[in-house]
Design a protein around this ligand. Sequence first.
Ligand code: LRH
Ligand code: MN
Length: 393
Amino acid sequence: MTESGQSESGKALIKDELRRQRIETPSWAYGNSGTRFKVFAQQGVPRDPYEKLADAAQVHRHTGVAPTVALHIPWDKVDDYADLARHASDLGVAIGAVNSNVFQDDDYKLGSVTHPDPAVRKKALGHLLECVDIMDRTGSDTLKLWFSDGTNYPGQDDIRARQDRLAEALAAVYERLGEGQRFLLEYKLFEPAFYMTDLPDWGAAYAHCLKLGPKAQVVVDTGHHAPGTNIEFIVAFLLREGKLGGFDFNSRFYADDDLMVGAADPFQLFRIMYEVIRGGGYTAETAFMLDQCHNIEPKIPGQIRSVMNVQEATAKALLVDRDALAAAQREGDVLGANAALMDAYNTDVRPLLAELREEMGLDPDPMAAYARSGYFEKIAAERVGGAQAGWGA
Ligand code: LRH
Ligand code: MN
């Protein structure tokens, strides 16, 4: 019996589950990022998507569970996307989701696919379809769609008409998707719009996806909800409907802070991962993506720490004694049921994960291994000159 009360066989099963975990890191987390007040440049920041992939490969090298990298277009625009995909595979990673960007062009001030002007809508749709072309060339099977579309004042535009325009664009993208491809629709309560956002919550995203069909699913960005929202309820509900496509993991104390996942609320991340496992969502079909900005902390260690936070939450969720929990729930034993979850959450899973890393041929402490690798010193010395990557906003 282990210190966590787990049988050796139970522990082995949990390690098997953890060994097959897959977490996708975002290319933009390796570039400079900030707020409207300041973007603090950092030494060694990549200048192009090739260097971003090299940094992402370090996260996979030291954690063993981050083999794919999400792209963001045009931030990751290159002349030869097939060559970029080859570069990724030479580094031992692969291109993951392709993220569209219809939120940084002057033409999109009043909206992109929901804009009153059909010419602007056509331009926005053109970009979304170009992103599917990029999926074809990079071997990506997932398009992630987030729309900053919304209004700032009541009456500014017709809420109903904008939904019609959004539905029309989504249908056109859905039509263009090829074999084995899907899109994940991302909702967000507010920002940059401050009165009405055209895709503000899971209900709106779910309704649009339901109408479209099986290739359209919802992505849950953990920073996109009103304070106090029970996100694990949304996860359980969407899983039950077969409409949970994945996550944009990060954490926040206030709004869309894009801090390291699990940093602000590790208990929430644990509750979310418990519902994922309970709901049959701990599969390769669910995209576990990070969507974060390391505004002040070093970026590659920030990503490594974030991956470890997801691993720890997942290990704790896998430790839940499901039989004891189900029995307590059946008997209306409120405290017993809560204790079943809290016992797992209060278990220190770091020794288990360290052991697993050694069995995977990795250093038990990825942060220390990265620091010892000298990789930062290398890129800080090499990456002098040129324009550091960022949001280009
Ligand atoms: C919007 C968002 C979206 C991305 C962007 C980087 O807030 O979460 O997922 O396109 O961040
Ligand atoms: Mn996001």
